[in-house]
Design a binder for this molecule. Structure first.
Ligand code: NAI
Length: 463
């Protein structure tokens, strides 16, 4: 019998969009997304779909189509667990901020709470799907909790990591490169795998649905993120060398990207990668490698993070140096705060670290981002605990209009690659700024020679 009721614990950047697509593509399945965060669930249920808590192109239309039909958002976690045959765990797995593995290991307390709650509530056999990114062999811990605290019912644990990228989540979910499902090699395990394959087969062709053992699946997600981040750190390392040698990193990227063994994607030099996943997952990989005594493996991957931190710091240092070694009381306009375009997610955004460095030099940061609120900007800075919250309030100005953000500024820094920045009236911006007027393009998106013609001093990454 096919699955007719799915529950997903965690209504975040992964749980929300993923379940919306399953509901849209499988009208015969009732999908309930639950979360402890009442504000978030209320926003998902907001009558105006433009107010859903996560911005992704195309998402609000899908929610509009499926919500109330077979897609539901609720805070009643237990009811949803009780009713579902298949439960996705899609809660956050941040880097630990305390105790053993602090700053490296994944904090699995939210995962464990989910497992205990499922065990307590379930009165029938269920399939539990790890959707969150988890350290390899986490399924073992989940199984142990379920089997030892449950009501004697049987659980199958599957690993089904999510490969969507924020900003293109809807397209990635509709046309995934592959769906990965890891499960037990036993007969029951294979049956559970098939049940999940059948869900995806509603819109994904079966040659793109890959099944493996649980451990390969769990480790593949960490590996994918490590490889992706490594490409960014590799091109960023070259960007610094380009600046010293007269080479241009955009030209180098094009030249190597045409080699079919390398490929053109993920070769854009920048102020550094952000987002909730790359750093957290690599630190986790480093921690796992160390825990098995594999120090060379750990050091190899840790360098990806070290390079990324260096790239962010190098960007802020260069702004200070170029502005005659002082940014004290100078207005510096930040275009962009999100960690990438087409998302309102700011977790680990390079903008936060660059702003933090410049505020420590007494600069005034004027932020404009089309999707990020002042409240979020301040919360991101406060989270670093570099100074008192009221000092951040005094150091950050926020604007709803980019021209006002740039007005009277000594420099403009591009921190996110939002498309709209390219088409601004840069002459108008130039006319309103202090002179010399500097542009630090942390995403290499503007046309440098056009800006120089206007009169800007333009600096990109890696040229
Ligand atoms: P998120 O922080 O946006 O959402 C997680 C949600 O889980 C939060 O709303 C939180 O309130 C809720 N939650 C936590 N514990 C709960 C509990 N016991 N019961 C009910 N709700 C609970 O996180 P996001 O970005 O959706 O990430 C989730 C997982 O997916 C993480 O493991 C992440 O590494 C992984 N992932 C994230 C991707 C991304 O692009 N953000 C892509 C692929 C994987």
């Amino acid at each position: 019998m096919g699955i007719t009721k799915i529950c997903c614990i965690g209504a975040g950047y992964v749980g929300g969009p993923t379940m919306a697509i399953i509901a849209q593509k499988c009208p015969q399945i009732q999908v309930t997304v639950v979360d402890l965060n009442e504000e978030r669930i209320a926003a998902w249920n907001d009558e105006d779909v433009n107010n859903i808590p996560i911005y992704e192109p195309g998402l609000s239309d899908i929610v509009k189509e499926a919500r109330g039909r077979n897609l539901f958002f609720s805070t009643d976690v237990e009811k949803a667990i009780d009713e579902a045959q298949m439960i996705f765990i899609s809660v956050n797995t941040p880097t630990k901020t305390y105790g053993k593995g602090k700053g490296m290991a994944a904090d699995l307390k939210f995962i464990e709470l989910c497992a205990r709650q499922i065990a307590k509530v379930a009165k029938e056999n269920k399939i539990v799907v790890e959707k969150s990114t988890l350290p390899v062999r986490t399924a073992e811990a989940i199984k142990s909790i379920l089997d030892n605290t449950g009501n004697g019912v049987k659980f199958q644990i599957l690993s089904n990591p999510e490969f969507l990228a924020e900003g293109t989540a809807v397209q990635d979910l509709l046309n995934p490169d592959r769906i990965l499902i890891g499960g037990d090699t036993t007969e029951e395990g294979q049956k559970a795998i098939q049940a999940l394959v059948d869900v995806y087969a509603n819109w994904v062709s079966e040659d793109r649905i890959l099944t493996t053992n649980v451990w390969s699946s769990e480790l593949s997600k960490l590996t994918a993120n490590a490889f992706l981040a490594q490409r960014i750190s590799s091109i960023n390392a070259m960007s610094e060398l380009c600046e010293k040698t007269g080479a241009d990193v955009n030209e180098v990227a094009r030249a190597i990207g045409m080699d079919s063994r390398i490929g053109p994607k993920f070769l854009k030099a920048s102020v550094g990668f952000g987002g909730s996943c790359f750093q957290k997952d690599i630190l986790n990989l480093v921690y796992i490698a160390k825990s098995y005594g594999l120090n060379e493996v750990a050091d190899y991957w840790e360098q990806v993070i070290i390079m990324n931190d260096h790239q962010k710091r190098r960007f802020s240092n260069n702004i200070v140096k170029t502005l005659y070694n002082t940014v004290s009381d100078k207005k510096i306009a930040f275009l962009g705060w999100a960690f990438k375009k087409d998302t309102n997610d700011t977790r680990e955004s390079a903008a936060i670290y660059v702003a933090d460095d410049l505020i420590s030099e007494n600069a005034k940061i004027a932020v404009y981002d089309p999707k990020v609120s002042r409240k979020k900007v301040l919360a991101d800075l406060d989270y670093l605990q570099s100074r008192a919250a009221d000092e951040n309030v005094n150091s950050v100005l926020s604007f709803e209009n980019p021209y006002e953000a740039c007005f009277n500024a000594h420099a403009v820094a591009i921190l996110t690659e939002w498309d709209e920045f390219v088409n601004y009236d840069w002459q108008k911006i130039y006319d309103s700024m202090q002179k010399p007027a500097f542009v630090f393009d942390g995403r290499n998106i503007l046309n440098g020679s056009d800006l120089e013609k206007i009169g800007f001093v333009y600096q990109a990454i890696g040229s």
